[in-house]
Design a protein around this ligand. Structure first.
Ligand SMILES: Cc1cc2nc3c(=O)[nH]c(=O)nc-3n(C[C@H](O)[C@H](O)[C@H](O)COP(=O)(O)OP(=O)(O)OC[C@H]3O[C@@H](n4cnc5c(N)ncnc54)[C@H](O)[C@@H]3O)c2cc1C
Length: 318
């Protein structure tokens, strides 16, 4: 594996700048939870061609590939990630001007690494409404499509028209929104393994002041109700049918419960935070403890929304 990684590093380095490629990079740098051991290689993609070349080269050299966006829904274990991490984020983040469509609606296309905030601002700049719900979600467009991110009664499914995706051999194809089978925090991409390179949303004309007021209000609500000043991945668990995870966790008396450097937020029990420089092992134990306590007391199974990647740290032999 070491030789294959070295060969892949040299191959990728031929077509990108030194800043785009790193060896043994701590994933805590690339996750909002600020957790995770080193990835063997991290490649910050800046174009479709680079993505395609990287995937083809990794396949030829039999190096496993993991795709990430802004890392705002990721828990990487302490042993890190073997192989190549392809990061589709700020280096691949263009947003087009709006295109008028029949029926008075408009489309906007964003590269997958554009932040939702950037896409929302582009929509507001053109007085287009429909994306306000997404303004405070700290992910990329690619991650938001993959997760069907949503908030305050809206979700990507409501506005998505189509995406351009790439398979692990570097071939592209277009998916309509219907083909993506978007549901609560899921998409068909979880099965196909294709990565998103760009996404097109359709929006209606609106009033810029009203759009910006709604966006400000949503941010205000987040500031009041969520521990956004602490490292987290947002809501750690999916909303169980008929319940709210945070309410169940709070009802079990777990607010403030701590394992190592990870704890249940005092402000919003649905957020498990890494508030004292914990490890992924602390965080995973906290998840397990919360799941067990909630199940024992209420019979409700909490399923993680956070995507858990990578390997446990090797055991230290004394
Ligand atoms: C403070 C806070 C608040 C949050 N609030 C919300 C909220 O209100 N609603 C909500 O839905 N989420 C929320 N989240 C979670 C998170 O922001 C979303 O899930 C977001 O969509 C993840 O995007 P990302 O780019 O960070 O993806 P990452 O976390 O990097 O990746 C998440 C998954 O998407 C995949 N992925 C990423 N990019 C691509 C791509 N280009 N192609 C294919 N797959 C890809 C990854 O493989 C991974 O499985 C919050 C998180 C935080 C930290």
């Amino acid at each position: 594996m070491v030789q294959r990684l070295e060969a892949l590093y040299r191959k990728l380095r031929e077509g990108c700048s030194a800043q785009q490629l790193g060896r043994s990079v701590p994933m805590s740098r690339y996750t909002t939870l600020r957790l995770g051991g080193p990835a063997d290689l991290v490649f910050n993609a800046a174009s479709v061609d680079q993505l395609s070349l990287a995937l083809k080269a990794a396949r030829e050299m039999e190096v496993p590939v993991t795709v990430i966006g802004n890392g705002s829904n990721l828990l990487v274990r302490d042993g890190g990630i073997r192989g190549l991490v392809v990061r589709i984020c700020e280096d691949f983040a263009a947003v087009t001007e709006p295109t008028p469509l029949p029926d008075g609606i408009f489309s906007l296309t964003a590269q997958a690494g554009a932040s939702l905030q950037k896409l929302c601002n582009a929509a507001a700049d053109s007085s287009l409404t429909g994306l306000e719900f997404a303004f405070g979600i700290p992910g990329t467009v690619g991650g938001a499509v993959y997760m069907n991110a949503g908030a305050y009664g809206g979700e990507m499914k409501d506005v998505l028209h189509s995406v351009t995706a790439m398979d692990m051999e570097g071939n592209t194809r277009v998916y309509t929104a219907q083909e993506l089978e978007l549901g609560y925090r899921r998409s068909a991409l979880m099965q196909t393994g294709h990565l998103v390179t760009s996404a097109t949303v359709v929006l209606r004309p609106g009033d810029e002041d009203t759009i910006r007021t709604a966006m400000r209000e949503f941010i205000q609500r987040r500031r009041q109700k969520q521990p956004i000043h602490l490292p987290s991945c947002g809501s750690t668990f999916k909303r169980p049918e008929g319940h709210f995870a945070g309410t169940l966790i709070e009802g079990c008396g777990l607010k403030g419960f701590r394992i190592g450097g990870a704890s249940v937020s005092e402000l919003h029990a649905g957020f498990l935070v890494n508030d004292q420089q914990g490890t992924a092992a602390d965080y995973l134990q906290l998840i397990a403890h919360v799941q067990k306590t909630v199940f024992d007391r209420t019979g409700v199974r909490l399923e993680p929304e956070v995507r858990i990647l990578g390997e446990d740290a090797p055991l230290t032999v004394l």
